[in-house]
Design a protein around this ligand. Structure first.
Ligand code: UDP
Length: 357
């Protein structure tokens, strides 16, 4: 039994860390790295510190528009999949890498397993939503993190091959909690635990137009308390091109830094008063760790966190962000929306059971 797993982005490396381990106890896994994220601080660092197995194949797609990246990945995946002849192709999440893996496998008649299936923001202008919907409709095995995801698939007529397994990011969070707790954390940056915000921004909607960048700068400039912002290379590049980087560097309480590794990021998260983000994964990690979240989007796939009062959607609106930050709190009870931290075992079981003996 052989599977080809395809990863290529920071959150996929985080998810592959616990999942590859679980899969390799059950099946032969060939790991492909698309190269969609290639900056060392978004890629190599994660393989090294999280113990993700070294990729067997590197597509080295590099930078380019999503359409060009998709085309290059498809071209490079075809001979690779024909040579490897896997019983299944496993894809993660909702990126261009996910879509490329799913399309290449579908065209070659190879069954697809989708980790984090069934998530919907119901905003089809989001590249991630397009990638998720297409991938789910091509997949034979759909590993859903939540009941909401299962219900979303049922509404689209997908009920076969659907498994509610819990969230692999919770597995990762639990697996690396001791190592993260041992990192220097906020004090090393001169920040008081409980006395600062942790900020991340990287989505296309926040960074791809001059108007969006101006709104982002307005939100960041409205922050009037200590805050640390490990800046994604794309965001940094776009802010610099728009002439906004120096203005933000001059902000008296905002500390801009390069992106940090998962363990340092988790250590910073654990000490934060609140998180301000447009990330999907970070919304959940805030919830796992009992840190209030303010999400700079109008929609989220992680609706449970909003409905439960753990997460506030503000869009990229400085006034709403300020109001949300003045008001954040954590409800006393945190339901187990995302399972029990054993999603990877269930996925490995489902994959092994679906493959020919
Ligand atoms: N992350 C990290 N360092 C950072 C920012 C984020 O390790 O400087 C981690 C974070 O803990 C989470 C993942 O990257 O596990 C989220 O990735 P991202 O926000 O890029 O993608 P999304 O979840 O929005 O798809």
């Amino acid at each position: 039994m052989k599977i080809v797993s395809i990863v290529g982005n920071r959150p996929q490396f985080v998810k592959a860390a616990p999942l590859s381990r679980a899969l390799r106890r059950r099946v032969t896994e060939v790991l492909v790295h698309s190269g969609q994220h290639y900056d060392p601080e978004l890629a190599d660092l994660f393989f090294d510190e999280l113990g993700v197995p070294q990729p067997d194949h590197a597509l080295e797609v590099g930078s380019g528009s999503p359409v060009t990246q998709l085309a290059v990945m498809l071209e490079r995946l075809e001979p690779l999949l024909l040579a490897e002849q896997p019983d299944m192709v496993l894809v993660y999440g909702d990126t261009t890498t996910t879509l490329a893996g799913a399309l290449a496998a579908a065209k070659l008649g190879i069954p697809i397993g989708h980790v984090e299936a069934g998530l919907r923001s119901f905003d089809k202008s989001m590249p991630e939503e397009q990638n998720r919907v297409v991938t789910d409709h091509l997949s034979a095995l759909l590993m859903c993190p939540t009941d909401t995801a299962v219900a979303n698939l049922a509404r689209e007529g997908i009920t076969a091959g659907v498994h509610q397994v819990g969230d692999v990011m919770l597995d990762a969070s639990r697996m690396f909690a001791p190592a993260a707790a041992a990192r220097p954390g906020p004090r090393a940056l001169g920040l008081e635990p409980g006395g600062y915000l942790l900020v991340t921004v990287h989505r296309a909607a926040a960074t791809d137009t001059p108007e969006a960048l101006a709104s982002l700068a307005e939100v960041l400039e409205a922050i009037d308390e200590p805050a640390v912002f490990p800046v994604h290379p794309r965001t940094r590049h776009r802010l610099a091109s728009a002439g906004l980087w120096e203005r933000l560097e001059a902000h008296p309480t905002l500390r801009l830094s390069p992106p940090v590794g998962y363990l340092d990021f988790t250590a910073l998260l654990l000490g934060a008063r609140a998180v301000v983000t447009d990330s999907g994964g970070v919304q959940k990690e805030a919830y796992f760790n009992g840190i209030p979240c303010v999400t700079l989007r109008d929609t989220t796939e992680w609706v449970e966190t909003v409905e439960g009062g753990f997460n506030t959607l503000t869009g990229m609106d400085a006034g709403k962000v300020r109001a949300a930050l003045a008001d954040v709190s954590m409800p006393a009870e945190r339901p187990h929306y995302y399972g029990d931290g054993r999603a990877c075992e269930r996925i490995a079981d489902a994959v092994a059971a679906s493959l020919p003996a």
